[in-house]
Each structure stands twice: as structure tokens, then as C-alpha cells.
Design a protein. Structure first.
Length: 447
């Protein structure tokens, strides 16, 4: 008669997961979490359960119960049930204390507790055990660090929530709609033979530009809201150098002109070259390598001109010339749709012109695109350019579009600031445009 084997009741984990290193990491992380817990709850009248002794014991208990029976983890789940019941009893007792002495929380220097923070902290400490045994070590480390940071950032987070307000939350919702809802639903198949660009690539371009714009807006709005005009002009150049030029030009007319404003106008355009390089590198690294020498040279040249304008008579600034630019929100659904429409139009125009008139027709389109928005053309070329010759032609077209856009911004400066206040920055923008044209010839000559 064949002997039957009975599977063991307890299944142990592999030795690698029960290594001393993992146990030491678990003890260290739980002790670290307990220290933060003790510091946060130290001023409470009713001491919350948990701390530098309890958390390591909870973590070890969770790890051992899981190690004894990992599949199914009945012992671990039983321990979790017992812990949850004990915490529920404590929380009920805490509510009774609060109802019996409602004035305690209003006494100076006295705080009752931290809501459900105590419960969550104990649960995290218990769950940290099996997580440390079964996951890569960076996972429990990240969990413990995040828990400690969130535990000690209560006041700062509440202050930030009050600062954000409903308008910013609505903007964030729009941003999430653009990225998380629309992008996955867009088909990734070409809809015409004129251009190989798909609807998915169109909206991906919208996502990339919107993300860069929104990130620069958030930095200016929340992380550095009180920095100087040059700082805000540089951030403005990251999401829209044209819009920043219009705002600065109007301020220059109102203040009668100032070296600080002249420098800010040139600086916002200089940062545009960096923005173009970043956007191109995301979609076409080979094209970015061809563009990098020219764009970086233009960036450095613009920074040098901005520095020279800043130090030119900087002591004679009119009042208000160095005030921070109020950041305008660049993220709107209508703006994204207009950008997508421009991108599709220019992509079709580029494909049609190449088929009908050859690669050189791209330069005419680039010059025309520069008087609207360079990003749609830049992204269209970045997603289509391949091979040595098309890369050089695409790079030259992008430089032409940037030069055309600089000429447009020079015209805006003269129009909104006037000849007296806008003459100097307009000449500087003209110089950057001419430098871009020179880079075009250099790029084509090296191809």
C-alpha cells in the first residue's frame, strides 16, 4: 500500500527571506517609526498605544506569525484581528474621555491625541513585518519614511491645504483628466497617410507640454512665491515665454523701463531654448543631440545678454520694477484642445509639404509656425524626424521656428512697452533671432 504524505501544517518561508539582514532592517525601521510616534504624541494628555518598544515588538510579531504560516496566512490574519480589536477598545475609551472632559483640548499646551493616527501607526508597524520579509527592501524603507514624514508634517500639510483652495484642486483635476483619463483612451493608430503621427502621439505631446508648464507653475506658485522678478521670469519662460514677454512688456510701459525688466524679458526667452531641448529629448533623443549645441549656445548667449542688461544701471530702478510676476495658471482644457488642434494641423501641413514640395518647404512652415506657438511644430518634427539628413533638416526647422518666435516677441515688446522702454530688450531679442538663423546655417553645413 502506497504511503501517503500529509502536508505540514506550517509552511516556512525561504531562508533568504528570514535572513538576519531583513530582521535587522525590520527592527531598525520599526524603531525609527516608534521614535517619530513618541515625538508626535509626547504632548498628549492621553498616551496613545505604541512607541519605541511597542512598534518593534509589533513588527517582529507580524513577521513571525507570517513566517510560520505564509500560505494561507491565517496566523498573521488572526494577529491582525486581535490587534484591531484591541485598538478598537482603546479608541472607544479615548472617545469616552473626550466626551467626559470636552474642555481638555482647549487648554493651553494640552492636546488629547491625534485622531486615528495612533491606530494607523500601530497597524503600519504590524504590517511592516511581512512586507520586510517578502518585498524588496526599498519597499519597507519607503513605507517607513513616508509614515514618519506624514506623521510630523501635520501643521504644514494643513497650512498647505488651506493655501491650495478649490481653484487649484479644480486645476489638478483637469490635469489628471488630461493624463489619466483621456490619454489611455486615445487610439495609437495613424488615421491618414499624410502623417504617421497617431492620435495617441498627439495627446501625448499635449501631456508632455502641459506637465512641463504645470510643474513650472506649481514651483512658482507654492515653492518659491516670494522670489524676485528674474526668478519668476525664468519660470514663466518654461511654460510660455510669449505670455511672459507680454506681461513684462506691459509692466515696462507702466514703470517707464528698467534694467531689471529688460533682463527679465531676455531671460524668459533664453529659458525657452532649454524648454525646447527638454521637449525634443523626450520624443527624439537623436534629434536633441543634433540640436543641443545650437540651443545651449543660444541659452548661454541669452543669459550673458540678460546679465549685462541687469547690471546696466541697476541702481536706478523705479519702484515696483522688481516685483514678482503673479503666476498665471497655464493648464486649461481649452488650451490643451487648441494645442492639440495646432499640433494636428501642423503635422498634416508638414507631411503634405514634404510630399509635394520636398524637405525645404519645412522651413517656410517653421517660419510661419513661429508667429503662433513653436511647441506644436517642435513636437511634430521630433516625432517624425529619422535618419541623418531628416535630423539636420528637422533641427534647422526648429531653430527657424524659434528665431521667428523671437522676432514676434520683439514686436510684442515694442508694441506693449513702447519704443523708449522696449527698444533695448527688442534689440536683444533680435540678436537672439539672428543667432538662431546663424545656427541654422551651421547645422545644415555640418550635415
Amino acid at each position: 500500500m502506497e504511503e501517503q504524505t500529509v502536508p505540514p501544517l506550517l509552511v516556512t518561508l525561504p531562508d533568504a527571506l528570514l535572513s538576519p539582514e531583513r530582521l535587522l532592517v525590520l527592527l531598525g525601521l520599526s524603531f525609527f517609526l516608534g521614535l517619530a510616534f513618541e515625538e508626535y504624541f509626547g504632548s498628549r494628555r492621553l498616551k496613545a498605544p505604541g512607541g519605541v518598544r511597542t512598534f518593534p515588538l509589533l513588527a517582529l510579531g507580524g513577521a513571525l506569525l507570517y513566517a510560520l504560516m505564509p500560505d494561507p496566512a491565517l496566523l498573521f490574519l488572526g494577529g491582525l484581528f486581535v490587534l484591531g480589536a484591541w485598538l478598537a477598545i482603546w479608541y472607544r475609551y479615548r472617545l469616552q474621555i473626550q466626551l467626559a472632559e470636552p474642555r481638555i483640548e482647549h487648554e493651553p499646551g494640552v492636546r488629547l491625541d491625534g485622531g486615528i493616527m495612533a491606530l494607523v501607526g500601530n497597524l503600519i508597524a504590524y504590517l511592516l513585518g511581512p512586507v520586510t520579509l517578502t518585498q524588496p527592501l526599498w519597499v519597507p524603507v519607503a513605507i517607513a519614511v513616508a509614515a514618519v514624514l506624514l506623521t510630523g508634517a501635520r501643521e504644514r500639510l494643513h497650512a498647505f491645504a488651506e493655501t491650495v483652495g478649490g481653484t487649484e484642486l479644480a486645476t489638478l483635476a483637469k490635469f489628471l483628466i488630461i493624463i489619466g483619463i483621456v490619454l489611455p483612451l486615445v487610439p495609437d493608430e495613424p488615421v491618414t497617410d499624410i502623417t504617421p503621427i497617431t492620435p495617441y502621439q498627439v495627446w501625448l505631446a499635449v501631456v508632455v507640454v502641459s506637465t512641463l508648464s504645470y510643474a513650472s507653475y506649481l514651483v512658482q506658485r507654492f515653492l518659491a512665491p516670494r522670489h524676485g522678478l528674474l526668478y519668476s521670469a525664468a519660470l514663466g519662460g518654461l511654460y510660455s515665454s510669449t505670455a511672459t514677454t507680454v506681461v513684462l512688456s506691459r509692466r515696462a510701459r507702466a514703470s517707464g523701463g528698467a534694467p531689471m525688466l529688460d533682463a527679465a524679458l531676455v531671460l524668459s526667452t533664453s529659458v525657452m531654448f532649454l524648454r525646447i531641448l527638454i521637449v525634443v529629448a523626450i520624443f527624439n533623443l537623436d534629434l536633441a543631440k543634433v540640436l543641443a549645441p545650437s540651443l545651449l549656445a543660444l541659452l548661454v548667449g541669452g543669459l550673458v545678454i540678460a546679465a549685462a542688461l541687469y547690471w546696466r544701471g541697476n541702481d536706478a530702478r523705479p519702484q515696483g520694477a522688481d516685483e514678482v510676476l503673479p503666476p498665471s495658471n497655464p493648464l486649461e482644457i481649452q488650451t490643451a484642445l487648441v494645442f492639440a488642434l495646432l499640433f494636428i494641423t501642423l503635422s498634416l501641413a508638414v507631411g503634405w509639404a514634404r510630399a509635394e514640395f520636398g524637405e525645404e518647404s519645412l522651413f517656410v512652415l517653421a517660419a510661419l509656425a513661429g508667429i503662433t506657438d513653436v511647441d506644436p511644430l517642435v513636437l511634430s518634427i521630433a516625432q517624425e524626424a529619422h535618419g541623418a539628413s531628416p535630423l539636420a533638416m528637422g533641427a534647422a526647422a526648429i531653430l527657424i521656428a524659434a528665431a521667428s518666435n523671437n522676432l514676434l516677441k520683439g514686436a510684442y515688446t515694442l508694441s506693449f512697452a513702447g519704443r523708449a522702454a522696449g527698444g533695448v530688450p527688442a534689440l536683444a531679442l533680435l540678436g537672439l533671432a539672428l543667432g538662431g538663423i546663424g545656427a541654422v546655417f551651421l547645422t545644415l553645413g555640418l550635415a
